[in-house]
Design a protein around this ligand. Sequence first.
Ligand SMILES: [Zn+2]
Length: 166
Amino acid sequence: MLVRIKAETIRRNPRAGETEYGVLGLLEQHIVRITKVPGGYRKEEFISVGTTQPQLVAVQEAVNFDGTEAECPANWKSSIINRQPVNWLQSFWPDPEYLFEHEDPVFNCSACGCELVVSQLESDCLDVLDGNLVGTNTKCPHCHAWDAVKLEFETIEQAMARENNK
Ligand SMILES: [Zn+2]
């Protein structure tokens, strides 16, 4: 059975040909906390990554030991700075030229005869190669027979030829 591409879902991929993907990394927080201590002020800096507990990475104190109070240095301020780094990943295949979706046709299982749609099939090798679905090793969700139907997925080239011949 040929599973056709829905013509109305064919669209040009804005990322066509690209091989680099920016993936947002874990949220990093740089926290500065200023507290009052006897004789002056303490500055603590913490770093947390993702959901980890903030780790204390630096401590500074501005303290007088002669019984007077030190001023808080003018450049010390409590703050939280959020940073989410972008990691650049390289993909093996360039991004396909077109994006599209396949239809989900109804058929009968060749083993038990039940009515199914393609998306109900269980499969361990439904795979995408070069923007096209490949792999037809499918299993009926009711009787668990392998190859309940022979599937052939229309390629984008076939779908576009079909559309151009209309
Ligand atoms: Zn079946």
